[in-house]
Design a protein around this ligand. Structure first.
Ligand code: HEM
Length: 151
């Protein structure tokens, strides 16, 4: 009956197509975040230990990584509220994935913001280094590599 009332082009499974798209986007964006964190960490380590200036490029890399992480949060929340997590019974998706990833995104955001407010270039590198290493450990170690694979 519902199907009859709805316009012909409306497919009752549209929601699933959107959910699948969101999951793919969420899954692909992890690589932007992981690669972004790693490059930012390497540059911050070189900057700190070799006492190099905090360049525009350092700021850009940290900013791109933070923005990707915050978009990931929005995509994750959308999936969560669309009920995607019901797809699985495991406590991993209901509690662990969400809490650890939000913590990781928070660390990235704090690292970027603290570095921004710091005047000394070496301290900027150090703040990025510490917060991004912690975030990378949290995010990479709690990723569902085994359950969902690499892509
Ligand atoms: C840096 C942050 C994050 C990364 C790297 C990440 C990574 C992933 C990956 C790799 C998957 C599996 C994708 C697949 O099956 O192809 C996934 C699924 C999911 N993520 Fe995230 N995620 C992050 C943050 C979040 C946040 C903050 C939330 C919620 C607030 C969230 C909610 C979900 C949900 C609901 C699923 C689908 C679970 C299911 O299919 O049952 N994610 N995430």
């Amino acid at each position: 009956m519902v199907k009859f009332i709805l316009p012909l082009h409306y497919n009752l499974n549209d929601n699933n197509i959107m959910e699948t798209g969101l999951l793919h986007l969420h899954s692909a964006l992890r690589w932007v975040i992981i690669i972004g964190m790693l490059i930012t960490i390497i540059r911050a380590a070189i900057g700190y230990f070799q006492n190099k200036p905090y360049e525009k490029m350092d700021k850009m890399l940290a900013l791109i990584t933070m923005t990707a992480a915050q978009i990931q949060l929005v995509l994750g929340l959308l999936q969560y509220f669309m009920g995607r997590w019901y797809a699985s019974d495991s406590a991993y998706w209901k509690v662990e994935h969400i809490s650890t990833m939000i913590f990781g995104i928070l660390l990235i955001t704090l690292g970027y913001s603290f570095a921004k407010r710091t005047v000394n270039d070496r301290s900027k590198h150090l703040k990025i280094l510490l917060y991004f290493v912690l975030a990378a450990l949290v995010i990479i170690s709690r990723m569902p590599w085994a359950e969902r694979g690499w892509i």
